[in-house]
Design a protein around this ligand. Sequence first.
Ligand code: PXP
Length: 251
Amino acid sequence: MPTAARPPLRHPLRLGVNIDHVATIRNARGGDHPDPVRAAEIVARVGGDGITAHLREDRRHIRDADLRRIQEATDLPLNLEMAATEEMLAIALAHSPHAACIVPEKREERTTEGGLDAAGQHNHLAPIVARLSDAGIRVSLFIEPDARQIEAAMRLKAPVVEFHTGRYAHVEGEERAAELRRLADAAALAWKNGIEPHAGHGLTYDNVIPVAAIPQLAELNIGHYLIGEAIFTGLETAVRRMRDLMDEARG
Ligand code: PXP
């Protein structure tokens, strides 16, 4: 019997561009410029594979109305990052994004500072994952690259996990090498069990290649650094450069 929908080991690595921080800059002045929709259109034009947007509880960057506008502006799949709350579930069901990535969310944090405790929150997450899946939305869980969390994702029947690369990005030397091994082992374990592994957080031109070289990874979601680089070089150049580095990593 063939195993579950396991992708071929070497498959193209997709780039999802997180456009939240275009909205952060827009919101700093309370107007409508710069518009994250324009960023989504540029990403589509230069060969990005998806748009990622995190609708936070406090709406500090992406806002409700942005979601529909992004969906209408491009054909790229929308990956909606969301906390596991009834409010966000209702919004996801109303918008039917291609994917919903469930992330832990604390109002006081600057960004998503760690992975979801899928193992500890099974009972809370199970109905949310089921309702999203029943609606045809591809559920991803943003977890640490950790066997216990992958096993929890399997029990939750999540088709995708995204590994939090924040720790990899923030440590150096031997510690970074150890984190990279942890990511590679986790990607292999997820893949072996029919779960599609993605990765993201804190990825830059300088640190993306070793992660992109992990053969089981199918998608990287990258935001803050690309939007920061876009200030200096333009978003088109920044996305193309990241794409080139990812392609280089895959040989
Ligand atoms: N993936 C997920 C699930 C995230 O929450 C974030 C940050 O919001 C990213 C990817 C992108 O991280 P960064 O902005 O550091 O590239």
